[in-house]
Design a protein around this ligand. Structure first.
Ligand code: SF4
Length: 486
């Protein structure tokens, strides 16, 4: 999506890059994978792919667009026979959306076929890719996931799990992945466990997926999270687990709890919705203001606004209504439509705002473009005061672990202090949850400054995994080119 389109859609959020689903041992594996990916659509809307194995050969279907637009017909599902399958939904930045990048990536090796789907971002993949290209490797995509495939192909080990372990040992960064061979479904999380991955069961079948909401959609049972640094192998003998990597402190992405994950998911033993409400309660304690209504910026601001309202005793009202049917038709609007200043996504609910002192609750401020428009809209609807409360700390740094973020010079909080931000946005007051408040909401006493319990680098600049490609110089923050020299 271009910036203009994102702006037009009032979409100023950070974007999750991917969602994963894999299943083993069910006759309807492709249909289940499509349903699971549909539940994970919030993790990526640009492309979708499924690879299945029917005991003799692999089958692959990949497309640009939403799951429902591509995998809802029986004809498509019939082309993906077999009792095992993996699938992937992906968000990508403009210019990088090409069919060749749609996952799962599938390759034939000496040992047979292998499909891989990956969520996250490898921080030394560019350096490795350059070396591999110099040694003669030919890359087919611009996805960093392909680096994993090349390393597996070149590994001197025999069995596929050893080859995968060998490849992952050479890579750094954030990854959760699922892979499919003729005989195995494999799942892995990076040693820091930045991105989520869970195990579920449906009857005798196994599932590995990004979030529990993808289990709920078909009544599958949650078994457990895949541990950081764990490789889980599922085959005809059941589930096996390996922990081959050097143990490092756990650094789950705290932003998953604030915004990325679906509120009905349960991640690492914590219910996302409950955490979002707890953030709202903390926010109310930290930055109370006398007001008449608490209004969420829908949908992502809703749980925190509920928590804020309950803690403050100020009524919760849906003062802004979101249109849920904004689809791809308007993603590239014409200049003529853009110039009308049409707000496709949000509209003020006049009766709830007129003559009121309003506290608006949202989850984050990235460039600030959405906030400005929403505040203007709320004031135009007759609010007498507008106070903004944000359920994340100020986003001051880019993410290098799989979330699409603008450069720092475009992050409003990296360029302005609080007073200036309030002025630009046009609010009477502005407050963000403190880092310690956020940590209290996720169940910690405070943020451990020596060894933070989570990755919170986009708020602190404290990157827990080395940024080898970036620090090597001249490297785009997310790998996107085959080679910079061609
Ligand atoms: Fe999550 Fe921010 Fe860390 Fe990226 S930098 S993994 S968005 S907490």
């Amino acid at each position: 999506m271009t910036d203009a389109a994102a702006d037009f859609l009032d979409d100023d959020h950070l974007h999750e890059e991917c969602g994963l689903y894999g299943t083993y041992g069910h006759i309807d594996s492709a249909a289940h994978t499509a349903l699971g990916l549909h539940a994970l659509q919030h993790r990526g809307q640009e492309s979708v792919g499924i690879v299945s194995y029917d005991g003799e050969q692999f089958h692959s279907q990949r497309a640009l667009g939403l799951v429902g637009d591509n995998f809802s017909s029986e004809e498509v599902i019939k082309q993906l026979p077999g009792k095992s399958a993996i699938g992937h939904v992906r968000y990508s930045t403009s210019g990088d959306t090409a069919l060749r990048n749609v996952q799962p990536l599938f390759s034939e090796f000496r040992f047979g076929g292998l499909a891989v789907a990956h969520n996250g971002n490898l921080t030394n993949s560019y350096a490795i890719r350059r070396t591999l290209i110099e040694r003669g490797s030919i890359f087919q995509s611009t996805s960093d996931t392909e680096t994993i495939i090349h390393l597996i192909a070149r590994s001197e080990f025999g069995p596929v799990v050893d080859r995968l372990t060998d490849a992952l040992t050479q890579l750094e960064g954030a990854y959760s992945l699922v892979a499919l061979t003729q005989k195995k479904l494999i799942g892995a999380r990076d040693p820091s466990g930045v991105r989520p991955l869970v195990i579920g069961r449906l009857g005798d079948a196994y599932i590995m997926t990004s979030e529990t909401c993808a289990l709920d959609i078909m009544g599958a049972k949650f078994v457990r999270d895949v541990d950081p640094g764990e490789i889980v192998i599922i085959d005809e003998n059941g589930l096996h687990s390996l922990k081959p990597f050097t143990k490092v402190p756990r650094k789950f992405c705290i932003f998953e709890y604030i915004y990325f994950a679906r509120p009905d998911s349960n991640i690492e033993g914590k219910h996302v919705y409950a955490i979002r409400k707890a953030i709202g309660r903390e926010l109310a304690q930290e930055s109370h203001v006398d007001a008449d209504v608490i209004v969420p910026v829908p949908d992502s601001g809703v749980p925190a606004a509920l928590g804020y309202s309950q803690e403050s005793g100020i009524p919760f009202e849906l003062g802004i209504i979101r249109n849920h049917y904004v689809g791809r038709t308007f993603i590239e609007p014409t200049a003529q439509i853009r110039n009308l200043g049409v707000r496709l996504k949000h509209n003020a609910n006049l009766g709830m705002l007129k003559g009121k002192r309003v506290v608006l609750v949202d989850d984050s401020i990235v460039r600030g473009t959405t906030c400005i428009k929403i505040v203007e809209m709320v004031r135009a609807a007759g609010a007498t005061e507008v106070h903004m409360r944000i359920s994340s700390p100020p986003t001051t740094h880019s993410c290098f672990y799989g979330i699409d973020t603008p450069e720092r010079d475009q992050l409003m909080a990296a360029q302005n202090d609080l007073a200036r931000m309030a002025e630009i946005i046009g609010v009477d007051s502005l407050a963000f949850i403190s880092l310690d408040g956020l940590y209290r909401a996720v169940g910690e006493e405070r943020r451990d400054t020596e060894q933070p319990q989570y990755c919170d680098a986009c708020f602190t600049g404290d990157y827990p995994i080395r940024l080898i490609d970036r620090d090597g110089g001249g490297m785009p923050k997310q790998l996107s080119l085959l080679t910079e020299r061609d």
